[in-house]
Design a protein around this ligand. Structure first.
Ligand SMILES: Nc1nc2c(ncn2[C@@H]2O[C@H](COP(=O)(O)OP(=O)(O)OP(=O)(O)O)[C@@H](O)[C@H]2O)c(=O)[nH]1
Length: 405
């Protein structure tokens, strides 16, 4: 079964492989990390600006065709419509910074506005052009406008969007196209409506496939640039960027942000007794276990050699014991001699600790990690200096119950 899955995903998203979790991430943006969301948002904003700049030039230029083909009044209305559309495109193309706090919202709004202009142009053009008594050339130009919603659906393919996003962006465009078809009078017969709809749905499918591949490719590149090659955790540099953004977002939304600082106990003895490779293996196992426990949207950072921090958005201090229970269940892996690998953990939470910025939050978690070390290791110190013992945490096969003291 696994082999079949790998073969399928290898061919679909070659040259990279796709895990079930990654596939879920391509279907819906829910749970995407802030980093990925910000990268996707900056790609979307940049592309919207580029296409809008192009359309800001092309849309008024096409007025020459309207003037040559249609009568004076129709051409005047169409030219006016073109000027309004070009104005919207100019506004979208205008140089601007990607929002530091709400990049995704900005990207969605800009993309939606850009996508709605051509279908709305088509809808209004139906009111301007009288379908009765059109000459051949007038009919040809008018029919070209009916393609606008379809072109927009195809255009979605150049954005790194998930399947759900493509669907949501397509719905208003399809709605306008249907409205246009039903108000287009006798010019478009029902059989043509069917073909046009079928074509639009196909375009939507192509856009979905392309958007998902782009998202996956973008995420792979971003992932490579941001992660530590040994463990796959975020590097300290990308981790601090994520922390800064997540702290700002949590302050704005009034939600708590927690940081758990992990330091493996007596890690040096693994290197000394079994070699550096065994030490590397232990670090990778730790990250794998932590990953299994963290939620989508949590961020795991390799802060230093055998020090890691987990950034946990929307995690109030009173949920920490449950979080530690889950950690205990997964364990941190074993030493080469089979004994459990243990860690000392310091946890800080923005609201319970009343900290004003992310460096203070990390500093506090670090201090509590040291308190856990000095208290005897293999334990966690939480806000309010509550200590949670973690004995046995590393025995992956036989998780034990937590005891707070
Ligand atoms: N194998 C391996 N070892 C590393 C890596 N990065 C740091 N280390 C080692 O991690 C060890 C950290 O040792 P210490 O800071 O003395 O801490 P410890 O032995 O874990 O003891 P306590 O923290 O006091 O429990 C050092 O020996 C580093 O060389 C790495 O990427 N791979």
């Amino acid at each position: 079964m696994n082999k079949l899955w790998n073969t399928i995903t290898e061919h679909i998203v070659a040259p990279t492989r796709l895990t079930a979790d990654q596939l879920l991430g391509l279907l819906t943006p829910i749970g995407r990390s802030v980093h990925m969301r910000r990268h996707a948002a900056s790609v979307i904003v940049a592309r919207v600006q580029l296409i809008s700049a192009l359309f800001a030039l092309l849309v008024p230029l096409w007025a020459v065709v309207d003037v040559l083909v249609f009568d004076g009044i129709t051409a005047t209305w169409l030219v006016l419509l073109r000027l309004v559309s070009a104005g919207v495109f100019v506004a979208l193309a205008w140089p601007r910074e990607v929002s530091a706090t709400r990049p995704y919202t900005q990207a969605v709004v800009m993309l939606l506005i850009m996508l709605m202009v051509p279908p709305l142009f088509y809808l209004v053009s139906l009111q301007i052009i009288d379908p009765v008594g059109l000459t051949d050339s007038q009919r040809l130009v008018a029919q070209l406008y009916t393609f606008m919603p379809t072109i927009v659906l195809g255009g979605l393919a150049i954005f790194p969007l998930t399947a759900l996003e493509i669907l949501l962006f397509s719905l208003p465009v399809l709605g306008i196209a249907l409205t246009g078809m039903t108000s287009g009078g006798a010019e478009l017969a029902l059989d043509q409506h069917g073909a046009a709809l079928w074509f639009m749905l196909m375009m939507m499918g192509v856009a979905m496939f392309s958007g998902m591949s782009q998202s996956h490719y973008m995420e792979s590149l971003v992932y490579k640039a941001m992660t530590d090659p040994l463990t796959g955790a975020y590097t300290r540099r990308s981790g601090t960027e994520a922390l800064e953004l997540m702290f700002r977002l949590s302050s704005m939304s009034g939600k708590p942000l927690a940081v758990a600082f992990f330091d493996l106990d007596h890690f040096k003895t693994i290197n000394d007794n079994y070699g550096h490779e065994a030490g590397d293996h232990a670090l990778c196992t730790l990250v794998e276990r932590l990953r299994g426990t963290l939620r989508r949207g949590d961020v795991l950072v390799r802060w230093g050699g055998e020090e890691f921090i987990a950034v946990l958005p929307d995690m109030p201090a009173d949920q920490m014991p449950a979080f530690l229970q889950r950690l205990r269940g997964a364990g941190f892996g074993t030493r080469p001699d089979g004994t459990p690998l243990t860690a000392s953990i310091g946890v800080a939470e923005s609201m319970a600790d009343g900290v004003m910025d992310w460096p203070a939050l990390v500093e506090l978690a670090d201090q509590r990690m040291y308190a856990a070390k000095h208290g005897g290791r293999d334990r966690a110190v939480l806000p309010g200096e509550l200590t949670v013992m973690l004995e046995g945490a590393a025995t992956a096969a036989t998780p034990t119950a937590a005891s707070a003291g």
